[in-house]
Design a protein around this ligand. Structure first.
Ligand code: DQA
Length: 144
């Protein structure tokens, strides 16, 4: 059975009330529930995490390495655009990471066009709301 982690970064705990015109009105719980349903269908063991702290994301990336995870789906929120430390952690662990975003970051402010995650990721899925995560989980299944 594949072991996949979903890691969500800062402010994603506020989905549902946070800028619904950009991110939709569903909650993080809704996303995780849909992912859990799909993971059962795909025979994947899923672990879902969310934190507002950069170092905690790095600790979880290390944890996934230490515990033989097969893949990580990461929405690093705004750390996507700033974090060399998360970039380095992904490079270090050598587990395939798929970068996801709810919104189409390239259709938004210019500061969101730069990603420190993309160069060290298998690929990026951006702009499809909840579907970004579900597509990433299917892609992860195909990768492994
Ligand atoms: C986001 C896009 C980021 O630019 C933003 O800072 C977020 C959410 C997304 O899922 O669309 O927090 O990662």
């Amino acid at each position: 059975m594949l072991k996949i982690a979903i890691i969500n970064g800062p402010n994603l705990n506020l989905l549902g009330i946070r800028e619904p015109s950009v991110y939709g009105s569903f909650t993080l719980n809704d996303i995780e529930n849909e992912l859990l349903i799909l993971s059962k269908e795909l025979n994947i063991e899923l672990t879902c995490k969310q934190t507002n702290h950069e170092g905690q994301i790095i600790d979880w990336l290390h944890y996934c390495y230490a515990n033989n995870f097969d893949g990580i789906i990461l929405n690093a929120g705004a750390y996507t655009h700033t974090s060399i430390a998360i970039h380095d952690a992904i490079k270090a662990i050598k587990i395939p990471v798929i970068e996801v975003h709810l919104s189409n970051v390239f259709a938004r402010e210019e500061f969101r066009h730069k990603s420190y995650i993309s160069p060290v990721s298998k690929g990026q899925i951006t702009g499809f709301g909840i579907e970004s995560y579900l597509l990433a989980l299917r892609a992860m299944k195909d990768l492994n």
